[in-house]
Design a protein around this ligand. Structure first.
Ligand SMILES: Cc1cc2nc3c(=O)[nH]c(=O)nc-3n(C[C@H](O)[C@H](O)[C@H](O)COP(=O)(O)O)c2cc1C
Length: 350
């Protein structure tokens, strides 16, 4: 049914226009407490066998929505009501900015992929903080992903991330330093350990100083060389980060300029996860994103050592209840394998 709606209706409209309309609809849902609670009751993961804990935070299931959909923290409750266990909002920058000129989001339906060069369009940290402070009527784990404001030069990047962290860390269930989006010039250079060490150290100081000590993760690109992945993993351990999110979109493709996500990213994302797990074992929480389409993909990531899994493109092609469906299928799979909890699957084949 959704496939029909997607091919016959949604695909006829500009991808970003559909995205904006969906965010507006989900934000509206957030203002309808009864409907929101009914949907949450029906679709959010409630099976105790699906619960996972990571860095001191309890998640009702492993599958969350990756960063980039709810850039301004406008609709996390609505997203949770559709079955996601957590929502990573952002990327948020210290100062609001318009992002790149449109068009900047492209569908590749035959490849079940997307290309985007959004460029961190968002209203800035203060606007997001105002929304994050609103009381919630359904439970949702909200991660906050922060990035560099475009006009801020690389030499002042640390101060810019720290400003966002000061505003947002106290409001986040976990905080993510994004140094891997391809659409802010120079951003990915910050993945080099010499630049990454002072950046993560400074943000960690802020995250550690919140009343609950906000867990801190770093999100990396799939295009890093294997040695560089090891170097980031070693640095994360050295500094005492809580985890790594792997991966962001890839620039290794021949289409429109921008980052490619979805099915073509699956193989590399899994490779990066396996490499990280081999390096850090269970000393860090690994969050796997990239090309996750169905329950088999989520299961494979868990077995390979991910505690949490995130999707974005898979949701666009899989329909609104994609996450609810996968969580339901995961619960069946856990029992079929004779497990009491999905946590028994984590790292089994690592
Ligand atoms: C339209 C779009 C916008 C995105 N924006 C962000 C972003 O702002 N920050 C970020 O860390 N990742 C962003 N991402 C990357 C996703 O969070 C995710 O890492 C990537 O798409 C791989 O997952 P997928 O294959 O399930 O889509 C974006 C992805 C898409 C498709």
């Amino acid at each position: 049914m959704y496939r029909l709606v997607f091919t016959q209706v949604l695909q006829r409209f500009d991808a970003e226009a559909v995205h904006r309309l969906t965010v507006a609809g989900l934000a509206l849902l957030a203002r309808l407490p009864l409907l929101k609670r009914l949907l949450h009751q029906a679709y959010a993961p409630h099976d105790p066998a699906l619960r996972v804990s990571a860095f001191g935070v309890h998640f009702p299931g492993p599958l969350g929505l990756a960063a980039g959909f709810d850039k301004d923290a406008a609709c996390a409750e609505g997203i949770a009501a559709l079955g996601f266990s957590h929502v990573e909002v952002g990327t948020i920058t210290a100062h609001g900015q318009p992002g790149n000129p449109r068009p900047r989001l492209f569908r590749l339906p035959r490849q079940r992929a997307l290309i985007n060069r959004m460029g961190f369009n968002n209203e800035g940290a203060l606007a997001a903080a105002r929304r994050l402070r609103r009381p919630r009527s359904v439970p949702v784990v909200v991660g906050v992903n922060i990035g560099k404001t475009k006009v801020v030069p690389e030499s002042e990047a640390v101060g810019d991330y720290v400003a966002s962290a000061r505003t947002l860390a106290p409001l986040a269930d976990y905080l993510v330093v994004n140094v891997s989006s391809p659409n802010t010039p120079g951003l990915r250079n910050l993945q080099a350990v010499t630049l990454l060490r002072p950046l993560l150290t400074a943000v960690k100081e802020v995250a550690d100083a919140t009343p609950r000590r906000t867990p801190l993760l770093v999100k990396i690109a799939p295009d890093l060389a294997d040695d560089d992945i090891d170097a980031v993993a070693d640095l994360a351990l050295e500094i005492g980060l809580d985890g790594i999110i792997a991966t962001n979109t890839t620039i290794r493709h021949s289409g429109e300029q921008g980052g490619l996500s979805g099915r073509p990213l699956k193989k590399r994302s899994l490779e990066v996860l396996r490499r990280l797990r081999a390096r850090v074992g269970d000393r860090l929480t690994l969050v796997s994103a990239g090309g996750v389409e169905d329950v088999d993909d989520v299961w494979e990531r868990l077995l390979a050592g991910a505690t949490l899994v995130q999707g974005y493109s898979g949701w666009i092609y899989g329909g609104p209840l994609w996450a609810a469906r996968i969580h339901r299928q995961l619960a069946v799979r856990v029992r079929r394998h004779g497990m009491k909890s999905i946590t028994e699957a984590i790292g089994r084949t690592a």
